[in-house]
Design a protein around this ligand. Structure first.
Ligand SMILES: *[C@@H]1O[C@H](CO)[C@@H](O)[C@H](O)[C@H]1NC(C)=O
Ligand SMILES: *[C@@H]1O[C@H](CO)[C@@H](O)[C@H](O)[C@H]1NC(C)=O
Ligand SMILES: [Cu+2]
Length: 221
């Protein structure tokens, strides 16, 4: 955070060649060259795409980012395409990540009713050079990840806190409302506010947060 003021002037003149690299789950493809192309950074799912198991009660999300200050949305959808007007489920509150380098959230949860289904996990970063996209093909499984992947680590000086981002939130408001509720999009934001700035124990706070959202939405997580 303290480094932001120093780093930002350099960002303005930096190139756009490197953005972020999704490390877990395994992304559609390795290149960030077309990362500003939605929905999946210039890639489509095909028969050669690696499929990673996504544990709905706790999965690791790891990426390496070249930008020292980004807002990030994590979401999943059932099926094999990320195109169109889909029923995305946000799987973690929007975070603001500070410091460039490796970042990992070790306990991200997804809706239990996805177990047994194929889906797509998508990361969208709102970065200094615009919206950046990466997708991974997943198979939803029950339980939580037993061993964290090697790629699940935070770089020195990398930290995060819950945040808000109107551009990223707007993407979620385009999703059709869940079957069980008339979506009250203001509820998560209000719930989120007290935890802004919270850094340690993000996962624990997050599960409380999502439980609250689940109660509000009348869903069973
Ligand atoms: C990385 O930092 C975030 C934010 O502080 C934290 O929630 C997460 O658990 C950390 N990841 C690891 C692997 O320690
Ligand atoms: C949207 O996805 C969630 C999570 O899988 C599911 O519970 C809900 O029923 C879906 N809504 C619609 C309208 O299909
Ligand atoms: Cu970039």
């Amino acid at each position: 955070m303290y480094a932001k003021a120093i780093i930002l002037p350099f960002l303005a003149i930096s190139t756009v060649s490197a953005h972020f690299t999704l490390r877990h789950p395994t992304p559609f493809g390795p290149s960030a060259a077309k990362q500003d192309y939605g929905p999946c950074g210039g890639y489509n799912l095909d028969e050669n795409t690696a499929v990673t198991e996504f544990h709905v009660d706790g999965e690791a999300i790891a990426y390496s980012s070249s930008h020292p200050d980004v807002h990030v949305l994590f979401r999943v959808v059932e099926g094999t395409t990320a195109n169109g007007d889909l029923n995305w489920s946000q799987v973690f509150p929007i975070v603001e990540q500070f410091g460039s380098g490796d970042f990992c959230e070790p306990m991200v949860v997804a809706p239990k009713d996805l177990v047994g289904k194929k889906g797509i996990f998508q990361v969208i970063q709102n970065a200094v050079d615009g919206m950046l996209y990466a997708c991974a093909a997943v198979k939803f499984v029950s339980g939580s990840l037993s061993t964290l992947p090697d790629t699940c680590r935070n770089g020195t000086g990398v930290d995060a806190s819950f945040s808000s981002d109107s551009s990223l939130e707007a993407l979620m408001s385009n999703s059709p409302p869940s079957a069980s509720s008339s979506q009250t999009t203001s509820a998560p934001t209000a719930t989120n506010t007290p935890s802004e700035g919270s850094i340690k124990g993000l996962s624990i706070v997050a599960s409380v947060f999502w439980s609250t959202v689940a109660v509000i939405f009348g869903m069973q997580l």
